[in-house]
Design a protein around this ligand. Structure first.
Ligand code: XMP
Length: 519
């Protein structure tokens, strides 16, 4: 851990659930520092004083398997409150003498109604007239461990919330960390403040000095390079590292030709003029567009853009002498995912492009000052570093840029058309003050051409698809409900102002089953 003066924290032991990072988020949303570790890492801990509570995550394993993922029993004699979620509850029950059964008939996946049996500190203000909780289990506790009582049940699981009040050990079979659980946050709130009695608040802005001191200590007088895209993560990394080591940071900006309108120029101006960063600009748009000619397969596009980016960056970086470090904007969700206790990774839907492959080839040491932070914390840090709002609160933008927002093959003409349409869309969102209500919005260009009529003339042009979603972390998303007047206005504006587009459609799909980007 790179932070200092953390007097109170919550430890989350990850058993490989897809949603462990949401537990860490929920806890941090309450201003409490949380750290996710594996069961193996837990066994190495010798100092428990700052740990005020432990949460055991869900996971794909079964406690009835021979080599089930487990924890040393001394966890129960540390006198630290424990909350087990799903597999976590089953593990607590197993280790303390309860019985768990796998039942195909009684399995619960998705929503279930929960009913109160007894009062509990954990469920204070949690129950409403009808509470829905999110379930995802086949195993269930069928016999409680000694000194435990049952707090709530569903139709198919009799022991849905259990507790040993004296020892402060709690378990819930459902997932309170998932938004589909009604009022799930109340469970965390009660656990943190009523049971663990957490008092201090965690605030990333207070850690700014520690973060810069750490960078100074690691880097010394060596040089650091950083790929600056103008997205919030790389921008915050650049400002932070620059604060720590000033002129020894060299930022490389690669223009792929696939950025949004004016974006490259704007980012350059801000970082050069306002923040006085040591910047190197590479205009590689011709190489990118040439390599992408006639390529319409999304995965192939992603690979070409990703590999070419590394090549261009590498070539430029080699020209700078004595570079020892590469600074990268890796965030906590990626860290949690890549070191899950089971090592299991969710199946690949899209190959994401970032500069993660660089150091292996270039023999550079990595510095990742954001690797313990969530996106909103990165934004707070950016704000405290004086990062301009237009970058700090900018919607996420994928590494392959407009390359995956032009469906089908990419041509310079299509890039220009899309840049114009996207510019109008985003400007309208800002003007109508909707931009900050939306998690991500963009325009994309479909490769279908359709017939239209302008004046008395027949047109045969491209279709522009607008996408705007609300989301918490990009894992799931809902389409944003625009007022009809906004849609009328934006369709009119884009068709009238952008030559090459004669039809505008709005994407009303959620994720899942769709994804946020189209390719
Ligand atoms: P999907 O399309 O998978 O996108 O629902 C989820 C979030 O990830 C962003 N995204 C990417 N970000 N490199 C990135 O840095 C990529 O290759 C990439 N592909 C998708 C997407 O914009 C959304 O915010």
């Amino acid at each position: 851990m790179q932070f200092q003066n953390i007097k109170e924290k919550i430890l989350i032991i990850d058993f490989g659930s897809q949603v462990t990072k949401l537990i860490a988020r929920r806890v941090r949303d309450f201003g409490v520092f949380s750290e996710v570790i594996t069961p193996k890492e837990f066994k190495k801990i010798r100092y428990f004083k700052t740990i005020k509570g432990i949460i055991l995550s869900g996971g794909p394993s079964s406690v009835n398997n021979m080599n089930f993922e487990s924890l040393p029993k001394y966890i129960f004699s540390l006198k630290i409150p424990i909350l087990g979620i799903c597999y976590g509850l089953q593990l607590i029950s197993k280790l303390l003498g309860g019985k768990i059964k796998s039942s195909y008939k009684k399995r619960e996946f998705g929503r279930a109604f929960i009913f109160k049996e007894k009062e509990s500190l954990l469920t204070k203000n949690f129950f409403r007239s009808k509470n829905c909780v999110w379930m995802s289990h086949q195993d269930a506790v069928i016999k409680l461990p000694k000194n435990f009582k049952n707090i709530a049940f569903t139709k198919d699981s009799r022991l849905t919330i259990i507790e040993n009040t004296k020892e402060k050990i709690y378990g819930v079979q459902f997932h309170p960390e998932v938004t589909h659980t009604d009022n799930g946050n109340q469970i965390f709130k009660n656990f943190l403040f009523k049971i663990c009695k957490i008092k201090s608040k965690w605030n990333i802005a207070n850690q700014k000095i520690t973060l810069t001191q750490n960078i100074k200590k690691i880097v010394g007088n060596n040089k650091v390079i950083c790929a600056l895209s103008g997205g919030v993560d790389s921008s915050v990394v650049a400002l932070l590292v620059n604060k720590a080591i000033k002129k020894n940071l060299i930022c490389i900006m690669v223009d792929t030709g696939l950025m949004r309108k004016n974006e490259f120029k704007y980012t350059y101006k801000i970082f050069k003029k306002k923040y006085k960063l040591n910047l190197k600009l590479i205009n590689a748009s011709n190489i990118f567009l040439k390599k992408l000619k006639n390529i319409s397969n999304p995965e192939l596009k992603r690979k070409i853009i990703g590999n070419l980016f590394i090549k261009v960056f590498e070539k430029e970086a080699r020209k700078i002498k004595n570079v020892k470090f590469l600074a990268q904007g890796t965030l906590y969700p990626d860290v949690i995912e890549s070191r899950s206790s089971t090592g299991s990774k969710s199946s690949k839907i899209k190959s994401h492009h970032n500069v993660g492959g660089l150091p292996k080839k270039m023999n550079l040491k990595l510095i990742e000052p954001l690797r313990e932070l969530f996106k909103d914390e990165v934004r707070s840090l950016g704000k405290s570093l004086g990062l301009v709002e237009s970058i700090c609160y900018r919607h996420p933008f994928p590494g392959p840029g407009l390359g995956i927002r032009i469906i089908g093959n990419i041509t310079p003409e299509k890039v220009k058309i899309l840049q114009e349409a996207d510019y109008i869309f985003i400007n309208e969102l800002n003007k109508t003050k909707l931009y900050n209500k939306i998690w991500q919005a963009y325009a994309s260009l479909l490769s279908v051409k359709t017939v239209g009529v302008m004046g008395d003339t027949r047109t045969y042009e491209y279709t522009c698809l607008l996408r705007a979603v609300t989301s918490e972390d990009g894992m799931t998303a809902d389409y944003f409900s625009f007022p009809k007047e906004f849609l009328d206005n934006i369709s009119n504006k884009i068709i009238n102002k952008v030559k090459g587009i004669n039809r505008v459609v709005y994407d009303i799909s959620s994720k899942p089953p769709s994804t946020i980007e189209l390719e």
